[in-house]
Design a binder for this molecule. Structure first.
Ligand code: ATP
Length: 199
C-alpha cells in the first residue's frame, strides 16, 4: 500500500488543477519559502478528514479555499483527492486502487467520495483504521510532533501504539458495543418499572 497520487484544485495556493504522482520510494518536495510545500501536506491531512482549521494553519475552514491573488479571482470550492495503491489489499475493499476525495464550497456544503461514490467521513475513517494513514495516524509527522509525542500524556502515546498494533478498530467496536449495552440496560430497567406498575 502506498500513496500513488494527490490531486488538488482550489485548495489553498493551488488555484489550478494539479496532479502530483508519487512512486514507491522517497519523494521530496522542495521549493522556496512560501511556495506551498506545507500546503501539500495540509491537502493530505484535509482529505483524510481533518476538521480543525487550526491544524491546517487557518482561522476558519473557508481559509483552505483559494482566496485569490492580484491577478486571479478567488475560487468557490476546494477539491482534493488522494489515490492509494491497494494491491496488497491492506485496505479492506476489493479494489486495487482506492481514491478518497473531499470537496467543500464557500457556502459550507461539503462531500466525501470513495472511488467516486458519495460517502460519509465515518466510512473513510473505518476504512483507514489501523493503517496509520488516518487523520490521527502517524503517516503525517508535522513539525514539533515528535516533541509533542515524547512529552505528551501516556494515554496519548498509547493511542499511537494502538494504531500501529492494529487494535484501534477493535477498541472502537468495543466502545460502540458497550454503549449499546448500556442503552439496552436502561431500557430493561424501564420495562421492569412498567411491569411492576402493572402487577
Ligand atoms: P515555508 O518553507 O516557509 O514553510 P511553504 O513552501 O511550506 O513555506 P506554505 O506554507 O505551504 O509554504 O504556503 C504558504 C503560501 O500559501 C502563502 O503564500 C499563502 O499566501 C498561500 N496560501 C495559503 N492559503 C491560501 C489561500 N486560501 N488562497 C491562496 N493562497 C493561500
Amino acid at each position: 500500500m502506498y500513496l500513488k497520487s494527490l490531486e488538488v484544485h482550489g485548495f489553498k495556493s493551488f488555484a489550478n488543477k494539479l496532479l502530483f504522482e508519487f512512486h514507491n520510494g522517497i519523494t521530496a518536495i522542495v521549493g522556496p519559502n512560501g511556495s506551498g510545500k506545507s500546503n501539500v501536506a495540509d491537502a493530505v491531512r484535509w482529505v483524510l478528514g481533518e476538521q480543525s482549521a487550526k491544524q491546517l494553519r487557518g482561522a476558519k475552514m473557508e481559509d483552505i479555499i483559494f482566496a485569490g491573488t492580484e491577478l486571479r479571482k478567488p475560487l468557490g470550492y476546494a477539491y482534493v483527492a488522494i489515490t492509494i495503491s491497494n494491491e496488497d489489499h491492506k485496505l479492506n475493499v476489493p479494489y486495487e486502487e482506492v481514491t478518497i476525495a473531499r470537496r467543500v464550497y464557500r457556502s459550507g456544503e461539503s462531500e466525501y467520495l470513495l472511488n467516486g461514490a458519495s460517502c460519509r467521513l465515518r466510512d473513510i475513517q473505518e476504512l483507514l483504521f489501523d493503517t496509520g494513514i488516518g487523520k490521527e495516524g502517524y503517516s503525517i509527522i508535522g513539525q514539533g510532533q515528535i516533541d509533542k509525542i515524547l512529552s505528551g500524556k501516556p494515554e496519548e502515546r498509547r493511542e499511537l501504539f494502538d494504531e500501529a498494533a492494529g487494535i484501534v478498530k477493535f477498541k472502537k467496536r468495543k466502545a460502540a458495543a458497550e454503549k449499546n449495552l448500556a442503552e439496552e440496560q436502561q431500557n430493561m430497567i424501564r420495562i421492569e418499572d412498567i411491569l411492576s406498575e402493572l402487577e
